[in-house]
Design a protein around this ligand. Structure first.
Ligand SMILES: CC(C)(COP(=O)(O)OP(=O)(O)OC[C@H]1O[C@@H](n2cnc3c(N)ncnc32)[C@H](O)[C@@H]1OP(=O)(O)O)[C@@H](O)C(=O)NCCC(=O)NCCS
Length: 177
């Protein structure tokens, strides 16, 4: 995965009804450590990293690349939305396409925040790269993620087996389509 390429970055903070999406800042570091150390967040993502290792190795401003949005609720980081170029995806249908990822702290699940944030990030993408469809891969066991993908307008391309689990590959047409 690499970044999106020549898109204007960072964008002005994107405000939704309840959230702000913005580029990462130094004050988000603790939130990143919490997010990447959470076993619950990584249940379907291959396991979390040890908190001490993250605290030691994470850069002063983590996730600083075009397409990496911090999602802030009342000013505090509660999640990350990622739009990356899937240069080396294992599925031919996804190679070279923009790939959506999302991780939110469990305490904010179940309030529609992920849908609100991902919808705003996809709107932003539709503005800067209107001709790009978006792909999304998630384990079929990750029912919350599958529900979110459907809500965001992704439809199934295929199911496949990887990392000892069944995976779902979805596609969302380009904004201009
Ligand atoms: C995947 C993930 C982002 C989904 O989070 P989520 O909070 O369930 O997703 P949504 O924002 O769509 O919220 C949906 C729920 O909010 C509820 N909700 C409550 N208030 C709401 C409101 N005001 N507006 C919309 N929905 C609302 C919905 O009814 C829905 O409930 P349900 O799941 O019981 O049907 C989250 O589980 C996560 O971070 N998982 C770990 C990371 C991961 O696995 N990522 C996937 C691979 S990229």
């Amino acid at each position: 995965m690499t970044d999106l390429g020549p898109v204007p970055w960072p964008p002005a903070p994107i405000r939704t009804e309840r959230l702000v999406l913005r580029a990462a800042e130094a004050r988000d570091r603790a939130g990143f450590v919490e997010l990447y150390a959470s076993q619950e967040v990584h249940t379907y993502l291959g396991g979390a990293r040890p908190r001490e290792e993250l605290a030691r190795e994470m850069p002063a401003v983590p996730g600083q690349w075009p397409g990496s949005f911090v999602v802030a609720l009342d000013g505090v980081m509660t999640g990350q939305v990622l739009l990356r170029r899937a240069t080396e995806h294992s599925r031919p249908a996804a190679v070279g396409k923009v790939d959506l990822g999302y991780l939110f702290l469990p305490r904010v699940w179940g309030h529609g925040y992920a849908a609100e944030a991902c919808g705003a990030a996809l709107d932003w993408l539709g503005g800067v790269l209107p001709d790009e469809p978006v792909v999304l891969a998630t384990q079929t066991a990750n029912t919350r993620s599958l529900r979110l993908a459907a809500k965001l307008g992704f439809t199934e391309v295929e199911r496949f087996r990887a990392w000892e689990a069944e995976q779902w590959l979805g596609l969302r047409p380009a904004a201009s389509a």
